[in-house]
Every structure is written in C-alpha cells, then in structure tokens.
Design a binder for this molecule. Sequence first.
Ligand code: G3P
Length: 217
Amino acid sequence: MKFFVDTANVSEIQELSDYGLVDGVTTNPSLIAKSGRNFKEVVAEICKIVSGPVSAEVAALDYDGMIAEGTVLSKIAPNIVVKLPLTLIGLKACRAFVSQGVKTNVTLCFSPNQALLAAKAGATYISPFLGRLDDIHLDGVQLIRDIRKIYDNYQFKTQILSASVRTANHVKEVALAGSDVATVPAAVIKGLANHVLTDRGLEQFVKDWKSTGQSIL
Ligand code: G3P
C-alpha cells in the first residue's frame, strides 16, 4: 500500500520524504487554508520535493470553472493530479481530463455507488473518506472493503485512495481491506513506527551494552 501524506505543510513533507515514507501528497482547500500559503506556489514547491503524485483540488463547482482551474493546476508540474468533487459535474469534468491524459482524484466519496460512478468516469484515484463516516457512527473501513470488491468484480483500474485516515488502526484496517493508497496526516505516519515494547526493549539493550564496556568502532 502506498503512503500519501495528507498535508500542505512543506516541512512535514520534507521530513517524511527524508525518511522515505512519502509516495505522494494530497492537499485540499482546508489544508491549503491551514498552511496560510499561496495555493499554486505551495503546490509547485511540493512537486519539487516529491516525484510521486500530488493532488491539487479545484475550487469551482461549475463545469467550465473546473476545467479552467484543473487545466491551470495540471500545468504546474507533470506529477499533478487534478482533484475533483464527487458531483455529477465533477464526474463530467473527470471524463474530460481523462480524455486529455490528465490524472484525476475524485474526492468526497462516501458510498460504494459514488465510487462506482468515479471508476466508470475513468478516475485515476477515488478518495473515500473513512474517518468522517466513523464520525457519524458508520463503518468507514467497510466502505473501503465494499469498493475493493466492486472494483475487483469489474477489473476497474481506478485506485482506492483511502482518505480521512486518522489513526494507526485505520492504516492497518485499510491495508487489510486492500486499499491501493492511504493518505494520512504526517503525525500518524510517523506514529506507525512506535511501540511501547520497542522502546522498552531498546532501553534494556542500551543498558546491557553499556555494561559490557565494549565499543563497535
Ligand atoms: O484527504 C481528505 C482528508 O484530508 C480529510 O480528512 O480528517 O479532515 O476528515 P479529515
């Protein structure tokens, strides 16, 4: 499963990239607002750090606006993926970008049928938001399982990009469900390396090594 980092914070992306933990990046209007940066500038900077796919979302809700904005975004760098909302108009825009060879990420997906429509529109990625389903007491991970089954039934090539992933458990569950990608906040990705028994074991090894009085170098 690929890891995309869900942030527009360049220093977070750089740090995770140095650890080799970034296969791509996703941004959205809320993350851009949080960064306090100019959208096109920050996305261009991210594309210089990360060679994998970088999703940049249109703001327009109308077809012509989506096409105009998505065209501008797609020209920022070759690894840009145009992110479009899962509306009928967003799906129509998705088809248009697909026909031009522009990669697309259809976002704000909350149901298997929405994911089916995105695959039929030829989307490169579908972004089901599992954390937000959990927030309203629905089963976010089950949505990923359902989409996996449907896509496999019909050999759709659209990649499942699990989004609104908030916890280490979410990461494990979507990996078990066969998600192609998970987009995850930087702190959650780093936290995946943590285990209390690793810390405890290491502490003991350090202590015992010191007691030997030896040096490897
Ligand atoms: O990729 C979408 C993601 O940013 C949404 O996450 O935590 O705001 O539901 P969240």
